[in-house]
Design a protein around this ligand. Sequence first.
Ligand SMILES: [Zn+2]
Length: 97
Amino acid sequence: MADSPAEEARPWGLVGFHFTLSHGIGPDRHLRASCRCCGRRVVFDPSPWMAQQLGGLALQSFEARLRCACGVRCASLEIWSGPAPVTGPDWSIYAFR
Ligand SMILES: [Zn+2]
């Protein structure tokens, strides 16, 4: 087995029943959006929603707002441990409202 990167982020919250958007935000965690149809997963920036004071809403309630580049709306949000990797903007899964 090759050494796995020590700093690799791991999912810990996934899509929970009791998580709110603000649960996924912090220096030691970040959000990723995952598409159940095509398997795409990208780091997701929720700051537009936070700016609208939506941090207290359940993570699941945002799924209807996500659209994937594959053309469907079946993406979900996951909470991952570790700071968000610096990958640059990736808009292949995006919020449309
Ligand atoms: Zn997709």
